[in-house]
Design a protein around this ligand. Structure first.
Ligand code: MRU
Length: 364
């Protein structure tokens, strides 16, 4: 998608140097800083400190990380070490394991001298697959948006969409998952407006989703997270759509902390609650999201402090609670399948149920 009118991906391969360029998301929305990744440590650090984030982009970055490691040492032992270093960077997004498994499956049967080249090709293939997948999710999501719009009875009426966190192109290689249908609706001439919840404490809504939507010219309004219930109650939201970090085989959904409350409020007000998910985000090995999905525990400092630009335009962090306040920072929550209207995948929309997901599985 575009930054200042120029098309970009969130991660770009440099074929000459066999490195990967990422947008360092810790500088957004105030600065667009590109950063080169050349080593296993570069890739692991970028995921760990959230220079890249969002389930699909974490996976793509990890795939390059495995290539960087194999370029140095392609033995079985080095492969296993690199796999575990990358796998340990963040716990919740299953795309990390999915991408690492995909690269390992390709390289393991090969001779040591062939492995790095195969890993590079696989990392590139993962990126291309992600872009196609997200475009397809957008097409299926757009059909759902059109159906909701049709019920409003006025094709020119504004479709008010609420989202949480960032599931746009910055969370993937391109297009995004939950934001892909929004881009496609906007591009198709639909009057779409987005309620962007700020997503405390890291502010992915305020700093990333608002940035993306502004760059693409999609009308949007930033709200504090606690405003969501109020807007749903007043009939100001036609549909909620979010991304996900892991979906169980029975349709429970882990996503950024605060998603569950939005799902509860959407259910109470009979507003559709969609979860956009590539098949790579479904963890077929687990069934109960509350029991089985590991929830990332993050630093208390993210809760007690807020970063931003000061009056001089410099980045600054301020303390917003009494010095020494104890804080808890769960990175994600789980929305039970019963609150999810449908999962929007690259193969179409599916009910969040074991049966429907088995049907999806049989198609892939
Ligand atoms: O902690 P983050 O910023 O990596 O969390 C990201 C999210 O929760 C996204 O909503 C999710 O990964 C879906 S991204 C397409």
């Amino acid at each position: 998608m575009n930054i200042h009118g120029q098309p970009h991906r969130s991660i770009e391969a440099d074929h000459a140097t066999q490195s990967a360029r990422i947008i360092d998301q810790t500088f957004l929305p105030h600065q667009v800083e590109w950063r080169e990744l050349r080593t296993l440590d570069d890739a692991a650090e970028a995921i760990q400190v959230m220079r890249v984030r969002g389930a699909p982009l974490i996976g793509a970055t990890a795939a390059f990380g495995l290539f960087f490691a194999l370029r140095e040492d392609a033995t079985d032992a080095a492969l296993e070490v690199a796999y575990h270093v990358l796998h340990a960077t963040r716990p919740t997004a299953i795309n990390l394991r999915w991408a690492l498994d995909r690269v390992r499956r390709v390289v393991s049967p090969l001779g040591v001298e062939e492995r790095a080249a195969a890993a590079w090709d696989e990392a590139l293939a993962i990126c291309e697959h992600d872009v196609e997948t997200n475009h397809a999710i957008g097409r299926h999501g757009l059909e759902l948006f059109r159906a909701i719009q049709a019920k409003k009875g006025d094709p020119a009426a504004t479709l008010n969409v609420m989202t949480h966190c960032n599931a746009g192109w910055l969370a993937t290689v391109d297009w995004g998952t939950a934001i892909s249908p929004i881009y496609q609706a906007h591009d198709a001439g639909m009057n779409v407006h987005v309620w962007v919840s700020e997503t405390r404490p890291r502010g992915q809504g305020a700093s990333l989703t608002a940035f993306e939507l502004k760059e693409h010219g999609v009308p949007h309004t930033l709200i504090v997270d606690n405003n969501a219930g109020h807007l749903l109650q007043r009939g100001l939201v036609d549909v909620v759509i979010v991304g996900t970090d892991r979906v169980t085989a029975e349709g429970d959904v882990a996503n950024k902390i605060g998603t569950y409350l939005k799902a509860l409020a959407a259910k109470a007000h009979d507003v559709p609650f969609y979860v956009a998910t590539p098949v790579s985000t479904i963890d077929w090995t687990i069934t109960d999201g509350i029991r089985d999905i590991p929830i990332e525990q993050r630093s208390a400092r993210e809760v007690t402090h807020m970063p931003g630009l000061n009056a001089a335009g410099l980045r600054e962090e301020v303390l917003i609670a009494p010095e020494g306040t104890q804080a808890r920072n769960d990175g994600f929550d789980v929305t039970p399948a019963s609150l999810v209207t449908a999962l929007v995948t690259e193969h179409g929309a599916f009910l969040a149920s074991a049966d429907a997901l088995q049907q999806l599985r049989s198609m892939i």
